[in-house]
Design a protein around this ligand. Structure first.
Ligand SMILES: NC(=O)c1ccc[n+]([C@@H]2O[C@H](COP(=O)([O-])OP(=O)(O)OC[C@H]3O[C@@H](n4cnc5c(N)ncnc54)[C@H](OP(=O)(O)O)[C@@H]3O)[C@@H](O)[C@H]2O)c1
Length: 274
């Protein structure tokens, strides 16, 4: 079986379609029941034999993510594919009800909590694959393990880029820990995609709408994440960064094992506080 977060729209809905088409029972995770059921119906229209299961969680909240992990683990003993796709780009600094900066919580802490909760089922389902949808903004991002939570220094570009670089480093750390188990963990950049981001209000949405004619479709954006999840050529490849179906050089900071360990420890500290 396969799991996709952020399966209600954008790239994630197409990733879920691809996994269902490949024959996986696919769990569609969304934060809104109506949108998750709509995604289920959308997949059924295209793949009538698809087996899908909607589940709800607000992935900006770690208690909800933990509860989701427990629910999935209770229902499914073996997982073949986990795609950590849900992600956001906030134009202003938003703090969740748990006191976490929302972009960091959604893009890094929640995938960390969910992946960790599902490790026993991923190991039981091996050969299995963890795919984290990153972003090429990580290429030029700077990371400070002691400053993952940006306070007064918060800017949307630094906060998004750092959250995606940290998610990459988290994925590489999972890959290292899981070496030899048959569970792979890779991070992918989907390309510049005209997704739900173009509907963002304000200047961000305006910038996205200007770029939209040059961007990939949502379906095209799902291509590399789906290759990481399904393609035979990536079956035994772990701890890499993929762009347009090819292994790409990651930010050099992600190749420093000491820094990766520090980011892991900081992520764990933040995730286990809430
Ligand atoms: N678009 C690009 O050019 C681009 C480039 C690089 C990387 N990415 C990455 O690709 C991934 C998918 O993004 P997208 O472009 O497809 O964006 P999108 O169209 O905005 O879709 C995001 C998905 O994540 C879900 N989501 C957001 N916050 C959530 C929360 N708190 N709880 C549960 N679900 C939540 C959304 O659910 P709702 O339907 O409820 O909103 C939606 O299903 C993200 O990780 C993004 O950072 C995108």
């Amino acid at each position: 079986m396969a799991i996709v977060t952020g399966a209600t729209g954008g790239i994630g809905r197409w990733i879920a379609l691809g996994l269902a088409r490949a024959g996986y029972h696919t769990v569609l995770i969304g934060r809104d029941d109506a949108r998750t059921k709509a995604a289920q119906a959308w997949i059924a229209q295209r793949v009538p034999q698809a087996s899908t299961e909607p589940m709800r969680a607000d992935l900006s909240l770690l208690a909800a993510t933990r509860a989701l992990g427990e629910q999935i683990a209770a229902r499914h003993r073996k997982i073949a594919v986990l795609v950590n796709n849900a992600g956001i780009f906030d134009a202003t600094r938003v703090v969740t009800a748990e006191g976490q900066e929302r972009m960091l919580a959604t893009n890094l802490l929640s995938p960390f909590v969910l992946t960790r909760a599902l490790l026993p089922a991923l190991l039981a389902g091996a050969p299995s694959r963890i795919v984290t949808v990153g972003s090429s903004t990580s290429d030029s991002a700077r990371i400070d393990p002691d400053g993952l939570v940006l306070g007064a220094r918060w800017t949307m570009v630094q906060a998004y880029g750092q959250s995606k670089l940290a998610a990459m480093m988290m994925t590489f750390a999972f890959a290292r820990q899981l070496a030899g188990t048959g569970v792979t963990a890779n991070v992918v950049h989907p390309g510049l995609v005209a997704s739900g981001l173009v509907r963002t209000p304000g200047i961000i949405g305006f910038a996205w709408r200007c770029m939209a004619p040059f961007a990939l479709s949502e379906e095209q954006g799902a291509d590399t994440p789906l290759a990481a999840a399904l393609a035979p050529e990536f079956a035994n490849i772990s701890g890499v960064y993929l762009k347009t179906r090819r292994v790409a050089p990651p930010n050099r900071q992600a190749l420093d094992p000491v820094l990766v360990d520090r980011v892991w420890a900081a992520t764990q500290r933040l995730a286990d506080v809430a």
